[in-house]
Design a protein around this ligand. Sequence first.
Ligand SMILES: *Cc1c(COP(=O)(O)O)cnc(C)c1O
Length: 383
Amino acid sequence: MAKVFEHPIYVTRPLLPDITDVTARIKTVWDSKQLTNFGAQHNELSDKLKVYLEVDHLSMFNNGTLALLLGLKALALTGEVITTPFTFPATVQALDWNNLTPVFCDIDPVTFNIDADKIEALITEKTSAILGVHVFGNPCDVEKIQAIADKHGLKVIYDGAHAFGSKINGIPISSFGDMTMFSFHATKLFNTIEGGALVYQDPALVKKLDLLRNFGIANSEEVVLSGLNAKLNEVQAGVGLEVLKVMDEERTKRHAVKKVYEQHLAAIEGIRVLTTLEDRASSYQYFVIEIDEAKFGKSRDDVHRELQKHNVFARKYFYPLCSDFDWYSDLPSARPENLPNGQKAVQQVLAMPYYGALSTDSVAAICGIIQELHVTQKSLSQL
Ligand SMILES: *Cc1c(COP(=O)(O)O)cnc(C)c1O
């Protein structure tokens, strides 16, 4: 059988600014002889991101995971935190490293985000916070979550790693909750190779996070708390400044790719597009579909394998479900029977190749492979 694609098509490609611009930027860093510890690049990026994200308080870190880990630490949370099992391992690992116990709440079958209607039943006297994830950039039910948090005196934190630049009814997504984390990993639309940030409402956290990401060093005489090293260096920040310049163009291109996918997939029974938000509401981070085996005729794993045969590397994302990690096997909330929607989602979801340089023809051909699999299955079942 001939492969539809001769060369591999990956799920994403990093957004790479022109190398000449990056080199010039790095030359500036070299000339300054300051490579890290909050230099000119760091401060310029921080200022530009505050404008882009429309926030007052922002702290940058060397990755999103340490941002979240130290953000939870700064909020001085204790006991239990209600969160979602359908996320990237970093979300729950940031809880583990703070000695916080995750309490898994099932997800909404439409958005795949934490189901706000199931949170309240999980609150105990040990609960200190709700940690939601804006999965694939689809916003959580922020209003309902805030109402529950206010009623019970809980903090609200969002893992917004997929939601950079997105809005809810025109309001920046980071305006909701006490704190939001963004990841600047190379696979994310806005990247600093590795990097991340926290945005938050409480101005008192600025100083605290400055200390936490730099060993708790207050000045040349004093170390005032036990911190970590989580600084974003000057080369990372410089790359970020160049990526920021090409971001909006990439968003426009991804919008076009998304439209072509949607057009081709609309006709295929059993395929649902999860990432439906448009324009400023969308982060254009992923293009993700759900495959309903009963209607489509083949499972997600079948589709994943078939695409791979043709050199298309889609990704089962998120997979596996975080509540199924070995080290949570003693947690009552992690039992599969308590998380039916999460258990189902993790078997049906597939992140498709998605980046601005993906050609219209390639998207059509990828959808063609899926269509073919569906048609073949259908004619078999009619025999
Ligand atoms: C990428 C990602 C992270 C981790 O961010 P890093 O910058 O890679 O540490 C956390 N949560 C989610 C949902 C992510 O997609």
